[in-house]
Design a protein around this ligand. Structure first.
Ligand code: FE2
Length: 574
């Protein structure tokens, strides 16, 4: 069966193609449109479809819309609030439902030849659940989905066995842990539905000073659900304007909400374990991108194994919806060994792109060694290899790499990316040496969804990747799955004795992750990156001319990791 999954309703529009139970392609629209998160999550944008991502998935597989057995749409308008009265006036929710209901016709318009009767609705949280159950390879397993909202709920818990999902609990709106975290994100001057991970980073600078109050406001109900009373965030700390400096109170508020979130998730996990008696847990939904909370569930929760979908945000519902429908149609759906499900180019195509750009490049016999040499000489390398990642994490396919031994590389990378200096960058580490450097987290951890503590003796050796709380969000690299990345790490370890390299996503300020070679060349041309490793080629930056004084120069005088520090004046918000 050929099933195209589509996420279009809220944010992070995406498409995924599953053929005979195998995920052959998955991509987010932002990587094509270059518009971060694809679109605004407002009701009147619901008609917008991930047109380029859908078209690419089909062309990648060499099939036409008429060949599709089903299109799985990750939202069921019949479960949502129904249009009532003048939906263009004050209450716009009905507009979302109306547009979602019309999706088959919209899809037919952009996918000529598609039979609109082949479109199937998949409830939003069922799609999230399927994005974790089938890909995990765990069967049976318990399932926990938490996000801002779906049709009428913000949470779904259940059991998965023999390829079938059975719901056990769902929390209806307005109670939503995801929306509370989004409110806090906006309150702290960040972008809602986008910058929640900045709040998580800020929380590390605070104390849980308001935890007692939050325990009163946010409660579990003992039946697998929870309640969130209206929270007056301003009573704890005043709202921050974008780019304003945060105070200790703001960090304390971030810390308190983060801690309460962790406690509630642990409670929900305990209930789910007691209800199912199962050994393994899988998670998805935007809240499952909170790697600090995931780590507490792993360390303190009742489950033996915890698997989190790397595309846990709404883009992952395109994949989940497709997998769910493929299983319904009778296909045996297999696990997901990699997140590298996006576009890729072969070396001939890359060489042609480089030649067309008129850029000198070399083809080193030992590319991993040449890259390790640049890194060990304190260079920053843009690393563009294989197919792009599905989901928000760079996992060694579209990455910026640097030497973790130099603390100043944190500031350097945050400046390249126009990010706040309080935000950490993450390490990738050879899987077989991960336990030597990191502890208190699952190993292997190939998708960067958990935090680990950096072992004593190593923190001072790799200061660029150690967050203020002594943790790091690691990616373990297995040479069987990622031979080229592993070879680069080995070459770096051979030169430095350190099996760890800084890995952050390949993008500049406010831009989606680089996806195609032109994006890579634009990024390389516009940012102080020393080399671009693209396919088997290496592009080196010519010896720099004298730097031009500009606003960015002020960053050199500021210290790393100072609470309250934002990006330099003139830089775009990340
Ligand atoms: Fe969602």
């Amino acid at each position: 069966m050929k099933v195209l999954g589509v996420n279009a309703v809220f944010h992070d529009p995406a498409a995924a193609l599953v053929i005979d139970g195998v995920t052959v392609a998955a991509a987010e629209e932002e990587r094509f449109s270059r518009r971060k998160h694809g679109k605004s999550p407002v009701p009147f944008s619901t008609w917008e479809l991930p047109e380029q991502a859908m078209a690419w998935c089909l062309s990648h597989a060499g099939i036409a819309p008429a060949d599709l057995d089903a299109v799985a749409y990750s939202y069921d308008p019949e479960l949502a609030p129904q249009p009532d009265g003048d939906i263009t006036a004050s209450e716009w929710e009905g507009l979302r439902t109306l547009y979602a209901r019309r999706a088959p016709l919209f899809l037919q318009t952009v996918l000529p030849g598609l039979d609109p009767d082949r479109v199937r609705w998949v409830p939003h949280h069922v799609a999230h659940a399927a994005s974790a159950t089938f890909p995990s390879g765990f069967d049976p397993c318990a399932v926990l989905v938490l996000d801002g909202r779906g049709e009428r709920a913000s949470h779904l818990a259940g059991r998965f066995e023999d390829g079938r999902f059975t719901p056990l609990a769902a929390q209806v709106l307005p109670h939503s842990l995801g929306l509370l975290y989004e409110e806090l994100t906006a309150h702290l001057g960040f972008r809602r539905s986008s910058d929640e991970y900045k709040v998580m980073a800020m929380a590390s600078y605070g104390r849980p000073a308001f935890l007692a109050e939050l325990r009163d406001l946010v409660r579990t109900d003992g039946a697998g659900g929870f309640s969130v009373a209206p929270v007056d965030l301003a009573a704890f700390a005043p709202a921050l304007a974008p780019d304003a400096e945060f105070t200790a109170r703001h960090a304390d508020l971030a810390c308190s909400v983060q801690r309460r979130l962790e406690e509630v998730l642990l409670d929900l996990a305990l209930w789910l374990h007691a209800s199912t008696g199962l050994r393994d847990l899988v998670m998805a939904g935007g809240v499952a991108l909170n790697c600090v909370a995931n780590s507490r569930i792993w360390a303190e929760g009742p489950f033996e194994r915890v698997w989190v979908q790397p595309a846990s945000g709404d883009s992952g519902t395109a994949l989940g919806a497709a997998l769910h429908v493929a299983a319904e149609l009778g296909d045996a759906v297999g696990p997901m060994p990699t997140a590298a499900l996006g576009r890729g180019w072969d070396d001939d195509a890359l060489a042609a792109r480089l030649a067309r750009a008129g850029i000198p490049f070399e083809a080193p016999a030992d590319l991993p060694g040449a890259v390790a040499e640049v890194l060990a000489s304190d260079g920053v390398v843009a690393w563009f290899q294989g197919r792009s990642e599905f989901g928000p994490r760079a996992l060694g396919h579209r990455s910026l790499l640097a030497d973790p031994r130099r603390a100043e590389n944190l500031e350097k990378l945050n400046d390249i990316k126009g990010r706040e200096q309080f935000r950490p960058v993450a390490p990738m580490v050879l899987a077989e040496r991960a336990a030597e450097v990191f502890c208190d987290g699952p190993i292997p951890s190939p998708f960067m969804l958990f935090t680990h503590r950096v072992r004593p003796g190593w923190a001072e050796r790799i200061p660029a990747v150690v967050h203020v709380d002594g943790t790091a969000r690691i990616q373990t690299v297995d040479r069987r799955e990622e031979p080229l990345v592993a070879a680069m790490l080995e070459a770096f370890a051979a030169r430095t004795g350190v099996p760890v390299v800084v890995n952050t996503s390949l993008n500049t300020a406010g831009r989606p992750m680089v996806d195609d070679p032109r994006d890579a060349l634009e990024c390389f041309g516009s940012a102080p990156v020393d080399a671009l490793a693209i396919g088997r080629f290496l592009v080196r930056r010519p010896a720099a001319a004298a730097p031009v004084a500009d606003a960015g120069a002020m960053t050199a005088t500021e210290s790393i990791g100072t609470p309250g520090r934002r990006e330099p004046r003139g830089a775009e918000a990340a």
